[in-house]
Design a binder for this molecule. Structure first.
Ligand SMILES: Cc1cc2nc3c(=O)[nH]c(=O)nc-3n(C[C@H](O)[C@H](O)[C@H](O)COP(=O)(O)O)c2cc1C
Length: 194
């Protein structure tokens, strides 16, 4: 399974990158997993401004930055989108990046890891709907990391969880193990079907 961990914010000092590093380290423990962190910050995507909806435009000519984003996403079998909650939804940069996609996620499993005051639950709910429209297969499980991970010591810059959080089976550490097992199951099943 080639799994990409998509980093859903780009601002300086963002906490989502730390959460993504934790997810990547956990995913790397799955046998046969090839893990790649895909950071939206690396692509420098413009605001979406194509005259025709990408899925209905066979003559589309994406800019180099957009093409790199599309080509990168197309290479994976499975995805974990790591999202912050901005004003009860996902960040503008993440929504913008998704709007460029056509069928890169089609028939592939996607999980959502969110964080925020209520675990980013509202952002996660929105993101699942958005990614469903992008033809992804959303898996039933996910992780809602409760807390403002940019403040305090819940997780460090290397993606290492606070010891007490890591030990709590009902916290994010307990949730991610099942979520990744679920992702792998769906990845294997869908890869065979594709
Ligand atoms: C523009 C903005 C809006 C936010 N809105 C919410 C919100 O609605 N709910 C919430 O729980 N946290 C909210 N927060 C706090 C974020 O959960 C926190 O800043 C988190 O670190 C954001 O992820 P990032 O550091 O990767 O950008 C908001 C933060 C920003 C910058």
């Amino acid at each position: 399974m080639k799994v990409q961990i998509i980093v859903g914010s780009t601002r300086p000092g963002r906490a989502t990158l730390n959460v993504a590093k934790w997810v990547a380290a956990e995913a790397a423990t799955i046998e046969g997993a090839e893990v790649q962190i895909v950071d939206l910050k690396d692509f420098g995507l413009p605001f979406f401004d194509e005259a025709i909806s990408p899925r209905y435009n066979p003559d589309r000519q994406p800019t180099a930055a957009v093409q790199q984003w599309l080509d990168t996403v197309a290479t994976a079998d499975a995805y974990v989108f790591v999202t912050p909650e901005y004003n009860h939804s996902i960040s503008g940069v993440l929504k913008n990046a998704i709007d460029f996609l056509t069928y890169e996620l089609k028939q592939k499993p996607v999980a959502v890891v969110s964080h925020g005051g209520v675990g980013g639950a509202r952002a996660a709910t929105h993101l699942k709907e958005i990614l469903s429209e992008a033809a992804a297969t959303m898996i039933p499980s996910g992780v809602q990391f409760v807390g403002y991970v940019n403040q305090g010591s819940l997780i460090d810059e290397d993606g290492k969880l606070d010891a007490a959080i890591k030990a709590n089976p009902y916290g994010p550490q307990g949730a991610i193990t099942g979520m990744l097992a679920d992702l792998k199951w769906h990845s294997d099943a869908l890869a065979a079907a594709r």
